[in-house]
Write a protein that binds this ligand. Sequence first.
Ligand SMILES: Cc1cc2nc3c(=O)[nH]c(=O)nc-3n(C[C@H](O)[C@H](O)[C@H](O)COP(=O)(O)OP(=O)(O)OC[C@H]3O[C@@H](n4cnc5c(N)ncnc54)[C@H](O)[C@@H]3O)c2cc1C
Length: 539
Amino acid sequence: MTFSMAERRRKFWGWGWEDEGPDAEQQGAIADILKQRFAMKGIDVRKPPTEDELNLPESRIKPPDSLAALCSTKTYDRAGHTYGKSYRDIVRAFRRSYDHPPDLVAFPRTEDQIIDLLDWCSRDNIVAIPYGGGSSVVGGTEASPNEYRPVVSIDLGGLDQVLEIDKTSRAARIQAGIFGPALEDQLRPHGYTLRHFPQSFEFSTLGGWIATRSGGHYATLYTHIEDFLESMRIVTPTGTVESRRLPGSGAGPSPDRMFVGSEGILGIVTEAWMRLQERPRFRASTAITFDTFLAGAEAVRTISQAGLFPSNCRLLDAGEAQTAGAGDGSSAVLLVAFESADHSLDAWMKRAVECCRDHGGNVPDDAIKTVEKAEGARGGAAGAWRNTFVGAPYLRDAMVAMGLVVETFETAITWDRFPEFHAAVMRATEYAVKEICGSGSVTCRFTHAYPDGPAPYYSVIAPSRADSQLEHWAEIKQAAGEAIIANGGTITHHHAVGRDHRPWYDRQRPDVFARALTATKRELDPSNILNPGVLIGEL
Ligand SMILES: Cc1cc2nc3c(=O)[nH]c(=O)nc-3n(C[C@H](O)[C@H](O)[C@H](O)COP(=O)(O)OP(=O)(O)OC[C@H]3O[C@@H](n4cnc5c(N)ncnc54)[C@H](O)[C@@H]3O)c2cc1C
């Protein structure tokens, strides 16, 4: 067992499969567009690292004989588990900077093996980093550069089965290391779906989603993974915790809520009972344009507060719409979609369209039409946007190779503060981009919309240089993070905290809560072996 799935290998240095991503000709075309857009003189396209270029430090540990068969010290495995998949991670990979890889990677296939691994790590004072798909964008799976102890990355990809389906309650017991596509493949024959599709779906796992409180593609109602979580099992260094399967419970603080979002610092999620849904048959979708982003935002607020709960309610500002091929850059575009396994959606769409018209939305003539097939939502602007969405991570890595700054950040804020908040975040980020990179673009879309506020998601693209990319992004992120926290937002709506968001998270969370979380960690992981430095500091 290695980091690769079947014969196809994942890139150890970046997003996705080794055989996918823009080829040389496509990269040339992208470079031409970027040169024109940012008036850049020339663009060098750097080559990604190869295994033989890496000079990893020697592994400092030898596993006990009973665990040796699960462990690998191969360069491919250690390098592939050194970083997550943020912009910062890809830039460091292109710099061939692999100074702190895990000493070894363990590939358990059973819960007992995970218990044995944690026992070994606790006994020998070895850091243990739970690893799902490694798609963290916040430094959640990397060891601290200041860590003096040896490090084991525990790859959970071997726990990849849907174990049981309860058709009566419409729930399934699922192992935590399963990747999105395998999970859906195993549910499909039964007519069910988990219906949780983060953009990283293809290369992230159920356990990672639970550990990071991930946000799916659907914009309203069930947005985060915990909305689907019925109960879970988690192995901690001091014992295994299993919560009861219940549709709801008022019995004190929820154990699940304590562990959801714990980012691997309290224990390793091994399996969970997840609530399922019937696969949708009816779909209706349309794209509505607005003269301004704020007019579109008002329409989204009205739709959210009307209790319509569309599956998609994604407002793209003019720049974002143009980049995604969903608009010409002159107006904001709102993608609205409804889905159901049960009923036609004309009434819902009709009401959503009314909300949009009330706020100046230009609605296409054929907007209100339910389609009874899976492809219903895939044409036109919505289809263009979806294709861009799925291919974006490969494109991002190509732009890293060209020396650009290309990264996103996301947040959430209540509606009453949204206009001022958004203006302040845009101002601070655009100013930083211009000061630091000379030019560049900052665009915004809503990924999720709640009755009390939206989750805005910002994308930054700016010219930079191979030797300055990291530093340039750090300064821009600093400006954006400050604006978010100073104006009352959250440093993350769904990307998690990891190591990278700690400076702002530490200010956002209440001090007494931080003490309670630290005390919990001390109780469950007294040797502080599990992902130290993520979420909280010293014990
Ligand atoms: C291109 C791209 C798009 C993305 N889109 C989204 C998106 O739409 N929505 C979203 O929410 N996020 C998104 N992310 C971020 C990332 O995919 C999520 O945080 C995801 O939930 C991580 O899952 P993973 O299996 O890859 O976990 P990993 O990256 O392996 O780990 C993430 C964290 O969880 C811990 N962990 C992993 N598995 C377990 C386990 N079984 N038990 C305990 N701890 C564990 C790790 O130690 C780490 O701290 C995106 C990332 C990329 C690169």
